[in-house]
Design a protein around this ligand. Structure first.
Ligand SMILES: [Zn+2]
Length: 336
């Protein structure tokens, strides 16, 4: 097998590199800059060009980092290595590894809906496809983002008329910029947490058209009726007092699950995800044309059984021993 599952992560022995390793290695190919895929301590990193400033922000200015454009091919001891758009967050990539008759695609995290900021997902034909399945249950079926944003804007507008701010929890990389992009276009007055602000600066350095929104700490008072975007961890601190009166919401795929909103203590939940939903996972797997499918992250056992029994696919679960995945079904590892 061209790719082996090891206790440091996915390893290509022929090319001598790891993909999203979760223990330090000499050569790491990184699908995207989320903290559960891009870990510190590797001797050398390879990632898409757009990921570079965020990787340096998160892992240190001095990391040894080589970048590729989408579709650019690197030859390593006879192995073809290339990155292809995953549509998950800006700079996210599927990794294609080809040698002899085997073509592997390790998708990392992905989604099929075009969010307007990330380069849209491209299906890459392969013999072996490694797919995440964070939302690999039929109950996860996303509404088109336009409808979710219309609901969000109506909620923000209602609050503004009451003189209240809208405080929205979102991951600082990916989800936050997706919200800023949509709400800024609609004329919302947006302020962001420092972690979101720093990520915005890094993405702008990478050439992305992220609107220039002020961090909360910028000094200017928060105008009533503002939208504050911050990672969920900030919502549990006294940092939020300055926004009163406000109402809280969470923007996450988990909001599609009954009861999650109350459990996460948010008044409103907007089911908006940067991961593929049930239908998109099945679509991506079928588009790959792979004869063997490996599933990671999330509802692996149930999802794998469905692929075997209903789609007659030669599907396998990659044990969490090889992915470093934690037991809770977190959409991403906690950030900041
Ligand atoms: Zn991710």
């Amino acid at each position: 097998m061209l790719i082996r599952f090891t206790d440091k992560g996915f390893y290509c022995e022929q090319g001598d590199f790891y993909i999203d390793p979760w223990k330090p290695v000499h050569r790491a190919v990184i699908t995207h800059a989320h903290s559960d895929h891009a870990r510190p301590g590797n001797a050398h990193y390879l990632a898409h060009r757009i990921s570079a400033p965020v990787l340096r922000l998160r892992l240190g200015r001095d990391i040894s980092l080589e970048t590729l454009e989408y579709g650019e091919v690197l030859h390593m001891n006879g192995v073809e290595l290339s990155l292809h758009p995953a549509g998950h967050i800006p700079g996210s990539a599927q990794v294609r590894v080809a040698f002899g008759k085997e073509v592997w695609v390790i998708s990392g995290d992905y989604k099929l809906e075009n969010d307007g900021l990330s380069t849209p997902f491209e299906p890459i034909p392969c013999t072996h496809f490694v797919s995440e399945c964070t939302f690999g249950l039929p109950l996860f079926r996303w509404k088109p983002q336009e409808l979710v944003f219309a609901d969000m804007l109506a909620w923000v507008d209602g609050l503004r008329q009451e003189g209240k701010n809208a405080f929205i929890h979102a991951y600082s990389l990916g989800k936050a910029q997706r919200l800023i992009h949509a709400l800024h276009q609609a004329g919302a007055n947006i302020r962001v947490h420092g972690a979101v602000h720093n990520t915005n600066l890094a993405l702008r350095e990478a050439g992305l058209p992220i609107p220039d929104v002020l961090p909360v700490s910028a000094g200017q008072p928060i105008e009533p009726g503002s939208v504050i975007i911050a990672p969920g961890s900030a919502a549990e601190t006294s940092w939020t007092k300055r926004f009163e009166p406000y109402a809280e919401a969470s923007a996450s795929g988990w909001m599609a699950m009954r009861g999650t909103r109350r459990w996460m203590n948010a008044e409103r939940g907007f089911p908006l995800s940067d991961h593929a939903d049930w239908d998109s996972l099945l679509q991506a797997i079928q588009l790959s044309g792979a004869s063997q499918v490996f599933v990671t992250h999330g509802y692996t056992e149930l999802f794998c059984r469905y692929l075997r029994e209903h789609l007659q696919l030669d599907a396998h679960v990659v044990s969490t021993r090889f992915t470093g995945e934690t037991a809770n079904h977190s959409e991403e590892a906690p950030e900041e």
